[in-house]
Design a protein around this ligand. Structure first.
Ligand code: 13P
Ligand code: SF4
Length: 306
């Protein structure tokens, strides 16, 4: 894989939930959804072999229409992106006229095409705050858990000033909040971090809530000796290699979509991609989806006070 990617001028971005052999063996850059969207677009490679799931590869294609984007596991979806369609977003807009629509990056290109701004776990709070500067009501879709966590952080009421959609992540939506207390007793001093996609019952009893990039940064910034990263298991695997002196207590689940990518499939995509491994987004949809993605970059990097 490493020889072929040089020969073919290919780059391999990999989400932190990918298998360790991908993250440590062949990836050119590793990160959260936001970092992968930014770096994929900035790279001058001819081919992007996206080690992640379909919505990520679609985002890369929208940002780099001239590059060939390959998804080694073409069936790798996401329970969030499958929970909502473009017609659902249009119905929400009809029901709440004038309310801007922020959608999580975990959505299809067709859904992004219907919205005002895309957000990731790394910038959702910041972007939502900016939307509330100009609007009383905002629509956020499709992650209901993240919507409820945002409502709490921003002091908004679901159903009146924050309209959400009832989608959820199959990995994050049923971690057991009650076991947090048990683990705190078992591992005194352990710092417990949970992903934004976890339930509010869980996020209200942990030490930090954020996206995968922010969780890693929090660990880097703290001096505790043990941590629990409540999210997909890939993050803990990566953290063990980045912070060898720290202990990571497991409480994680595997995402079947993320783990569908294997080294064998990466190799076959590089050698001779099948039609289903080639990611295409219809030009009209891509043109409409690009604007809210660019808006995300603008708002997330805008440091004027909100
Ligand atoms: P982030 O890595 O952006 O936090 O996203 C998590 C996730 O579930 C991606 O599918
Ligand atoms: Fe989707 Fe959840 Fe898997 Fe991320 S972890 S790709 S949100 S199902």
């Amino acid at each position: 894989i490493n020889r072929l990617k040089k020969e073919k001028k290919a780059v391999i971005p990999a989400h932190v939930y990918q298998r360790p052999e991908i993250l440590l063996g062949v990836a050119d850059f590793v990160g959260d959804s936001y970092k992968l969207a930014k770096l994929g677009a900035a790279s001058d490679a001819k081919i992007i072999v996206f080690c992640g799931v379909r919505f990520m590869a679609e985002t890369a294609k929208i940002l780099s229409p001239d590059k060939e984007v390959l998804l080694p596991a073409p069936e790798a979806g996401c329970s969030l992106s499958e929970s909502i369609g473009a017609s659902d977003v249009r119905a929400l807009k009809r029901k709440h006229p004038g309310a801007p629509v922020a959608v999580y990056i975990n959505t299809t290109a067709a859904v992004k095409a219907e919205c005002d701004v895309v957000v990731t776990s790394a910038n959702a709070q910041k972007i939502m705050r900016k939307l509330y500067e100009k609007h009383e009501k905002v629509i956020f879709a499709p992650d209901a858990m993240m919507g409820r966590n945002l409502a709490k952080e921003l002091g908004k009421t679901i159903g009146s000033d924050l309209i959400i959609w009832e989608g959820s992540c199959i990995v994050h939506d049923n971690f057991d909040a009650a076991s947090v207390e048990f683990y705190r007793k078992m591992y005194p001093g352990v710092k417990i971090l949970a992903h934004f996609e976890c339930t509010p019952a869980l996020t209200s009893v942990v030490d930090y809530i954020g996206g995968t990039g922010d969780m890693m940064k929090w660990v880097d910034d703290h001096k505790a000796s043990s941590y629990m990263l409540i999210t997909e298991c890939g993050l803990g695997d990566l953290a063990r290699t980045k912070f060898p002196d720290k202990v990571f207590v497991p409480m994680c689940r595997l995402c079947p979509h993320m783990k569908a990518v294997t080294l064998e499939r990466v190799l076959s995509a590089l050698e001779s991609p099948t039609a289903s491994q080639r990611v295409e987004v219809p030009a009209a949809v891509a043109a409409r989806a690009l604007r809210p993605i660019e808006r995300m970059f603008e708002l997330s990097e805008d440091n004027s006070p909100s």
